[in-house]
Structure formats: structure tokens, C-alpha cells
Design a protein around this ligand. Structure first.
Ligand SMILES: Nc1ncnc2c1ncn2[C@@H]1O[C@H](COP(=O)(O)OP(=O)(O)OP(=O)(O)O)[C@@H](O)[C@H]1O
Ligand SMILES: [Mg+2]
Length: 226
């Protein structure tokens, strides 16, 4: 079953005085529960593709379908609730709220939803990434890797059906990077979560169900492994 689809996506930016096609007729269908890796050189359009797939940005041309609903023309008021209910985002920069503890940061999206078990779920997730003891710490008291793991817990607390991860292990050491990857893969298996990940790591690409490569705005490989 296809959970996410783009049809002939085109996106261009004015760079200097030249209009550059960053994405050129990209069509991609992602199956429910799939672990898809997107790779390609710096500037090849990976983050742009993720932003369009997740409704954070809009294509110039083409359509975007989320769970078979064409969302291309939805306005922000309609898109935001859909995003909140369906997606989790894991980026390289974590945007934790400095005045909230690790626990409160993780609980935040669940509390917004009125989840009565926000605290319990947040503690469980923090435990799973080895941060149970640091629940009361504030972001400035955490290392980069601890902040990243905290941000990942926050992205997962509302049990998103689709997780978008842009270089989620890029600034972690190999031990923490592996822990983060294992957590994401466990959720993918347990909950049949769909996982879309931009990564340069050949080791991670080997674990993926499918690897697609962007080059000069086009998808040059869609199929086997890296
Ligand atoms: N808002 C913008 N305005 C102008 N140009 C942009 C904008 N966003 C991205 N670009 C350009 O689009 C191209 C693709 O950017 P994108 O961030 O998608 O690349 P990427 O594949 O994610 O690269 P990286 O691996 O370095 O993160 C780049 O040349 C970038 O400079
Ligand atoms: Mg990028």
C-alpha cells in the first residue's frame, strides 16, 4: 500500500540571477512500513524533496499525495493538523525549548494533543534511548548526542505514521548514531512506521528496504541497495 507519493515534482530556486531546477520531474511512491534512504551529493535536492513530501514546502509543479489524499493545494491551516497527526520530524538541529527539561520537551507534543499519558510515554522513550536518568536535565546541561536523542523522542511521542529524518545521525558518534538508528528501526518494525531518511552513511543504506539517489535534481536510481 502506498502511503506517500509525489507525481512529477518540480522545484526551482533563483540562485544569483539563474533559475536552477533543484528537483526535476521527481516521481516517488513510498510504501507503508518501508524504510527508504535518499542519498545524493550535497546540493542535490534531498532536503528539498523531504520538505515537499512532508508538506513543509510546496512544489512548483506536480502533485503530492499523503495517504491517498492530494494535499498539493491545501493551505497551511489544513496542512498543519495533517502534519501533526501523521508525521514525525528528526532534523540535524534539534530545536529543543531551552526553558523546558528533557522530559517536558519530549512530553510537549503529546500534551498539546491532550494525551493523559504524556508523561509515561515520554519517560518510556527517554529510557529507551538511555536518557532515563537525565529526564530532569535542561538542554544546556545535555551533550549534543543527548540533545539529539531527546529531540528524537519528541518526534516519536505521538506515534507518527511517517518519520522524516534528515541526517539524523550526522553529528553523533558511532555509538549514539547506532542507538538512534536502532530505535527508529524498532519503531518501524513494531508499529509499521514508514521511515524516510536522508543519509550519506553506506552502513545505514545497507539496512534500508530501498535506496534512491538524487543527481542534478533527478532521481537516477530507484531500486536496489547503494
Ligand atoms: N530557499 C532556498 N533558496 C534558494 N536556494 C535554495 C533554497 N533552498 C535550497 N536551495 C538550493 O537548492 C539546492 C538543493 O538544496 P538541498 O538543501 O535540497 O540540498 P541537499 O541535497 O539536502 O544538500 P545537503 O546534503 O548539503 O544537505 C542547493 O543548491 C541549495 O542551495
Ligand atoms: Mg540537506
Amino acid at each position: 500500500m502506498t502511503i506517500l507519493e509525489t507525481l512529477g515534482i518540480t522545484k526551482s530556486y533563483l540562485i544569483g540571477n539563474r533559475r536552477i531546477k533543484v528537483l526535476d520531474a521527481v516521481s516517488l511512491a513510498v510504501a507503508k512500513g518501508e524504510f527508504l534512504v535518499v542519498k545524493g551529493e550535497s546540493g542535490s535536492g534531498k532536503s528539498t524533496l523531504l520538505a515537499i513530501l512532508s508538506g513543509l514546502d510546496r512544489p512548483d509543479q506536480g502533485r503530492v499525495l499523503i495517504e491517498n489524499q492530494d494535499v498539493t493545494d491545501l493551505d497551511e491551516d489544513a496542512l498543519a493538523p495533517l502534519r501533526n497527526a501523521t508525521f514525525g520530524f528528526v532534523f540535524q538541529s534539534f530545536h529543543l525549548i531551552p526553558s523546558l527539561s528533557a522530559l517536558e520537551n519530549v512530553m510537549f507534543p503529546a500534551e498539546l494533543k491532550g494525551d493523559p499519558d504524556a508523561r509515561g510515554k515520554a519517560l518510556t522513550l527517554l529510557d529507551r534511548v538511555g536518557l532515563g536518568e537525565r529526564a530532569a536535565s535542561f538542554p544546556h546541561q545535555l551533550s549534543g548526542g543527548e540533545k539529539q536523542r531527546c529531540a528524537i523522542c519528541r518526534a516519536l511521542i505521538n506515534e507518527p505514521r511517517i518519520i522524516f529524518a534528515d541526517e539524523p545521525t550526522g553529528n553523533l558518534d558511532s555509538v549514539n548514531g547506532a542507538a538512534v538508528l536502532e530505535l527508529l528501526l524498532e519503531l518501524q518494525r513494531e508499529r509499521e512506521t514508514t521511515l524516510l531518511m536522508v543519509t550519506h552513511s553506506p552502513e545505514i543504506a545497507l539496512r534500508a528496504d530501498r535506496v534512491v539517489t538524487l543527481k542534478d535534481g533527478r532521481m537516477v536510481a530507484d531500486g536496489g541497495h547503494a
